[in-house]
Write a protein that binds this ligand. Structure first.
Ligand code: SF4
Ligand code: SF4
Length: 124
């Protein structure tokens, strides 16, 4: 089963998962974004080889194997199929690089921040 990025990623998009993916199957929306889709990472369900490397790399705990999606995020599996349905709206996500060519590493969220993000998106 493919892995899935849940809504817990929305507006984070630090791309920590992207660096770990061996097959570049994590996508993001092209600019200007389609407002009907959230700004987050998307795992292409057919291209994903199910290696699991991205799951542990996500500091927000936003990635799950498809069959293990917790209840509040069940519909996010379908959301991840968007790059397959509408490839023209997406591009392969790349690690963030600063103006001097260095990899941008965002500060890791605290346990409290992760819990607050989970509480926020579990209610919607
Ligand atoms: S590491 Fe997690 S929060 Fe960051 S872009 Fe990937 S899925 Fe989103
Ligand atoms: S499970 Fe592996 S192949 Fe699939 S998105 Fe994550 S890192 Fe990429």
């Amino acid at each position: 089963m493919p892995y899935v990025v849940t809504r817990l990623c929305i507006d984070c998009l630090d791309r920590g998962c992207v660096e770990e993916c061996p097959v570049e199957c994590i996508y993001e929306l092209r600019e200007p974004t389609d407002n009907s889709l959230p700004r987050m990472a998307y795992i292409h369900p057919t291209e994903c080889i199910n290696c699991g490397a991205c799951e542990s790399a996500c500091p927000w705990g936003a990635i799950f194997e498809d069959r293990e999606l917790p209840m509040p995020y069940h519909s996010d599996g379908e959301l991840n199929a968007a790059p397959e349905r509408n490839p023209q709206q997406f591009k392969v996500a790349k690690p963030q690089i600063d103006s001097e060519g260095r990899l941008v590493v965002l500060p890791k969220p605290s346990r409290e921040q992760v819990a607050a993000n989970q509480a926020k998106w579990s209610k919607k």
